[in-house]
Design a protein around this ligand. Sequence first.
Ligand code: C2G
Length: 131
Amino acid sequence: MKRVITYGTFDLLHYGHINLLRRAKEYGDYLIVGLSTDEFNWDEKQKKSYFSYEKRKQLLEAIRYVDLVIPETGWEQKTTDIKEYHIDTFVMGDDWSGKFDYLESKTDAQVIYLPRTPEISTSQIKKDLKI
Ligand code: C2G
């Protein structure tokens, strides 16, 4: 079984997120999502998500491509997650290109960056909806 992992906030879930998850799943049979907790978002990304962690988790678990959602509480957990869950492929959108290359030397996982879906982002939605 080929196992894939990706991480993110996935707030105000939109088709850019779905495109990423769909393509990530194409690298294997089992996709884990490390979902940023509200605390991690605020402390490390200075982001306050519109939906709470529990709501964002509920939405992700309803997506056919997603097999497991785990909390992302820190930047450093990726290495241990990859080992603990026997991950073969780590996938992120290419706005993170290069940022996680170190995982290839610290683990057996392949690191893949996929092109972001243009024109859509959570911050743009918030701006358009003035929320
Ligand atoms: N994404 C995308 N296209 C968009 C918007 C987002 O492909 N139009 C991708 C991002 O590149 C990321 C994933 O969807 O791979 C989740 O996006 P965010 O929720 O914005 O994730 P981010 O806040 O960048 O957190 O440790 C990694 C971080 O948790 C990533």
